[in-house]
Design a protein around this ligand. Structure first.
Ligand code: UDP
Length: 473
């Protein structure tokens, strides 16, 4: 039988990479694909151990490192929103060479180049080599609907979103306050905004968009896209919701940590867990305010606390607890609270029956992970598309309690705000009970969606048939 190859091109950061690898795992478990993941090299990278563990897993997934590309100092000095697309662009010939090499080996048919949604420039490589291009969209359907509709919004709303007096109307979604737009869209004069509009336009040129969501979670934006309402003047590429794709295997490795042992001693659903993604870190005054809010709430808590990057690190660094926490806080909360000054195994914690609520920055992976385990969220969005995610969770899906969604201003959350939010999430108030019930229901729907007869499995089967035979059976 003919071997069918798939070539993936993720953005190299750990978040998108893990999500991409989960998609690759799902596909090879479904059909005997041969998968190659092309890795753009970054000067500093934190993915080596992870790549090693996937490579050793025995699945037919291999990683190919592209040579390190050094941009000129004048380009580097332009800052991330401009540099990232140019960095990606500069890899085109290298990607072309590797994929052409696979094609020329003649042992295999390359059925797809599956690219991260920031990589639309690579559609040109696929076209040149005569290979179908697919987007892998690692965030939710609301964000995808926004991106598809963005070229239309761009003409409808010429001013800056923060100056816009009306609501932003996107098909399939409740009208949005303009200030929940993703961070890169909030300043239209920047390259970041122009690139988002550009990517939105180029999505049309693909054979399909694979997305990490499930139809029970986001029915209306998915339907609006399927009905072609987000692309009034073009045919919408087929959309394949195959999620939730979360790294459940990784979760099983950390069962015996100190944190899990601590959770083992806490009553069922009594602990509120705080964790803010790969980049979430707060100023010193905000850290102290969080501490006071937790103390006042009277609830048990587990808090992963990292601090803003020092000069040599772009990512947050481990916290020095004696320095950042209020005097006496650890003594006063001893026994009912644990502050962990570092990265934690978030999935293993969310999976623990003692965890009853999650104060989250609403990164898409964190949302999917929390809901998988039926844990309700207190939404504290920080960056990227997290305000939009939080708005959807609170207002449309009833899966999160609002912390502060008046998104103007500096994002400061007072101890009283946090105390109120935590109490609502954990106590028997009407809103909290509703959100907890809904989170349980969607957790079950999330697990059913990937089983036999589930919506995401059906969507995956349509996709794999297409990749294997060139058409759906
Ligand atoms: N994560 C973790 N431990 C931490 C912080 C984050 O395991 O201390 C994981 C989390 O489980 C999720 C990912 O990192 O899988 C964060 O992805 P998300 O999309 O939520 O947010 P981002 O980091 O992209 O802002």
């Amino acid at each position: 039988m003919e071997e069918v190859s798939l070539v993936f091109l993720p953005t190299p950061g750990i978040g998108h990479l893990i999500s991409t690898v989960e998609l690759a795992k799902l596909l090879v478990k479904q059909k005997p694909f041969s998968i190659t993941i092309l890795m753009m090299r970054l000067p500093v990278r934190d993915t080596d151990a992870y790549i090693k563990s996937v490579s050793a897993s025995g699945l037919n997934i291999r990683f190919v490192d592209l040579p390190l590309i050094q941009l000129s100092p004048s380009v580097e000095s332009q800052g991330p929103p401009s540099v990232t697309p140019l960095f990606i662009e500069s890899h085109k010939p290298l990607v072309n060479d590797v994929v052409a090499g696979i094609l020329n080996s003649k042992k295999t048919r390359v059925a797809a180049l599956i690219i991260d949604f920031f990589m639309t420039t690579m559609i040109d490589v696929a076209t040149e080599l005569g290979i179908p291009a697919y987007i892998y969209f690692t965030s939710g359907a609301a964000s995808l609907a926004l991106m598809l509709y963005l070229p239309t919004l761009h003409t409808q709303i010429p001013c800056e979103f923060h100056e816009y007096q009306g609501e932003v109307v996107i098909p399939g979604m409740r009208p949005l306050p303009p200030n929940v737009m993703p961070t890169p869209l909030m300043n239209k004069k920047t390259d970041g905004y122009a690139w988002f509009v550009h990517h939105g336009r180029r999505f049309l040129e693909t054979q399909g968009i694979i997305i990490n969501t499930f139809s029970e979670l986001e029915p209306t934006p998915l339907k609006a896209m399927a009905d072609g309402r987000c692309l009034p003047d073009h045919a919408t590429p087929p959309i394949y919701p195959v999620g939730p794709l979360i790294a459940l295997d990784e979760n099983s490795q950390s069962k015996s940590s100190v944190l899990i042992e601590w959770l083992d001693q806490q009553p069922r659903t009594s602990v509120v867990f705080l964790c803010f993604g790969s980049r979430g870190a707060f100023s010193l005054p905000q850290v102290k305010e969080i501490a006071l809010g937790l103390e006042k709430s009277g609830h048990r808590f587990l808090w992963s606390l990292r601090c803003p990057a020092s000069e040599n690190h772009s990512m947050p660094v481990d916290a020095d607890l004696d320095h950042v926490l209020p005097d006496g806080f650890l003594d006063r909360t001893k026994g009912r609270g644990l502050v962990w000054p570092s990265w934690v195994s978030q999935m293993a914690i969310l999976a623990h029956p003692a965890v009853g609520g999650f104060v989250s920055h609403c990164g898409w992976n964190s949302i999917l992970e929390s809901l998988w385990f039926g844990v309700p969220i207190l939404a504290w969005p920080l960056y990227a598309e997290q305000k939009l995610n939080a708005f959807q969770l609170v207002k449309d899906y009833g899966l999160a309690v609002e912390l502060r969604l008046d998104f103007d201003g500096d994002g400061w959350v007072s101890a009283e705000d946090l105390e109120r939010g935590v109490r609502c999430l954990m106590d028997d108030c009407e809103e909290g009970m509703k959100v907890r019930k809904r989170a349980k229901e969607i957790g079950e729907a999330s697990r059913s969606s990937v089983k036999d007869g589930g919506s995401s499995l059906a969507s995956l089967e349509r996709l794999t048939d297409l990749l294997t035979h060139g058409s759906t059976n």
